[in-house]
Design a protein around this ligand. Structure first.
Ligand code: SF4
Length: 109
């Protein structure tokens, strides 16, 4: 596992970041990986949505609501429920595709 999400991260002569079997906080590697995937998806949604808006697209309420809600589920010690991330990641994929289509539509105008 590898996680540098918070100030409790493992930091000594050997390690920079939690990279043993579990994090200092008890986070499991699968949870850290699912959080990374979700954050990566949020970056993709944000990139497309931001650029679509710059090109004149209207705000999308579903995207604007989802980004902060999903982001806050990854905050340290807030939610280590892997099932929650397994629900959010497909939702993020749907919204990423929506934001991508918004961007591409604006580019085609
Ligand atoms: S959230 Fe947990 S696993 Fe990640 S850096 Fe902090 S203590 Fe380590």
């Amino acid at each position: 596992m590898f996680c540098i999400q918070c100030e409790q991260t493992l930091n000594n002569d050997k390690f920079t970041g939690c990279q043993l079997s579990k994090g200092i906080c008890g986070k499991e590697s699968d949870t850290a990986d699912l959080q990374d995937i979700l954050i990566y998806m949020l970056q993709g949604i944000s990139q497309y949505a931001h650029r679509a808006r710059e090109l004149g697209a209207a705000a999308d309420n579903a995207i604007d609501r989802f980004i902060p809600e999903a982001f806050f589920t990854t905050l340290t010690n807030v939610n280590f429920d892997e099932n929650r991330f397994l629900e959010l990641i497909p939702q993020a994929l749907t919204l990423r595709n929506k934001a991508k289509a918004m961007y591409e539509n604006q580019c085609a105008l």
